[in-house]
Write a protein that binds this ligand. Structure first.
Ligand SMILES: O=C(O)[C@H](CS(=O)(=O)O)OP(=O)(O)O
Ligand SMILES: [Mg+2]
Length: 239
C-alpha cells in the first residue's frame, strides 16, 4: 500500500482512496451518532447549508462545533451525544475541520472518515478492498494536528500489516499512537475548556481504540455527501 499524508489545503487532485481523519472530534462524534441509532449523516458545506437543510427537513438533527447555537440541535461532543436517542434520524454535521476535509475529497473512488474509535474497521476495509494508493487527509491544524496524524499513521500501519506475502506479521502497537494523541494540542484545549460545546469525557472517548466495529463511508447521494456506517465482512479478518 502506498500512502501519503496531507492537510486539507494540500488536496489538489482526486485521490482513488481517501481516509479523512478527525479524532477530536468530528468522526468520533459521527461514530457515536451511528451508535445512538442515526441512519445517516449529511456533511454540510457551510453553516448556511446546514441551516437550510434543517429548515427544509425539520425532523433532521443539525449539529455543529462550538457552543450551542440557535437553529442547531446538538454540538460536536461525543460525551454530550452518547445519551441522545437518534434512532432512524438523519444528522446534518458541520465542523471546522473534519467535515471540510471529507468534502475536499468527496469525488474520490472511496472516501472513509475515521478516528481511533473506528481505526480497526477502517484498516480492515482498506485491506478488504485491496486499496493500493491511499491518501490520508489529516484535517487538523493544516495537516499537522498530532492526534489526527497519529491516528492516520496507525491506520496505515495496521492496513499494511496484512499486506504482501508475510500476512502473519504483527500489527502496530497502538499505545504510542494513542499517547501522541493524548498529548496533542487538541486534547489539551478540550481538557482546559478552551473549546466550546465540550464535556470533560470528550478526550477519553476520542481515545477509545476500536470502540465501534464499523467504518464510516462517505458517498454522494442526491447531490449530498452522506456518511454511513459499513462493517467489514466477517470473513475479512486477518488470519
Ligand atoms: O469540535 C472540534 O473539536 C473542532 C472545532 S475546532 O477546530 O477546534 O475549532 O472541530 P473538528 O472539525 O471536529 O476538528
Ligand atoms: Mg479535529
Amino acid at each position: 500500500m502506498d500512502t501519503r499524508f496531507i492537510g486539507i489545503g494540500e488536496v489538489s487532485d482526486v485521490p482513488s482512496v481517501a481516509v479523512v481523519v478527525d479524532v477530536m472530534r468530528a468522526y468520533t462524534v459521527a461514530a457515536w451518532a451511528f451508535a445512538r441509532g442515526a441512519e445517516r449523516i449529511v456533511l454540510a458545506e457551510s453553516l448556511d447549508d446546514a441551516r437550510a437543510l434543517k429548515e427544509r427537513h425539520p425532523d433532521w438533527v443539525a449539529l455543529k462545533d462550538g457552543p450551542p447555537t440557535p437553529g442547531f440541535d446538538a454540538v460536536n461532543s461525543p460525551a454530550l451525544l452518547r445519551t441522545v436517542d437518534l434512532r432512524g434520524r438523519t444528522v446534518v454535521q458541520k465542523t471546522t475541520a473534519g467535515t471540510v476535509g471529507a468534502l475536499a475529497v468527496r469525488e474520490a473512488g472511496l472516501v472513509l472518515c475515521a478516528g481511533f474509535v473506528v481505526a480497526g474497521a477502517t484498516a480492515e476495509l482498506l485491506r478488504e478492498r485491496g486499496c493500493g494508493d491511499v491518501t490520508f487527509v489529516v484535517t487538523g491544524e493544516d495537516g499537522r494536528a498530532e492526534e489526527d496524524l497519529a491516528c492516520a499513521q496507525y491506520i496505515a500501519a495496521l492496513a499494511a500489516a496484512g499486506d504482501g506475502p508475510d500476512v502473519a506479521g504483527d500489527g502496530p502497537d497502538a499505545a504510542g499512537f494513542l499517547r501522541r494523541a493524548a498529548d496533542s494540542r487538541a486534547a489539551a484545549e478540550l481538557a482546559q475548556g478552551v473549546r466550546e460545546g465540550a464535556h470533560p469525557d470528550d478526550v477519553a472517548l476520542c481515545l477509545e481504540l476500536d470502540r465501534f466495529p464499523f467504518a464510516l463511508v462517505a458517498s454522494q447521494e442526491d447531490g449530498l455527501t452522506v456518511l454511513r456506517p459499513t462493517a467489514p465482512p466477517a470473513g475479512g479478518e486477518r488470519a
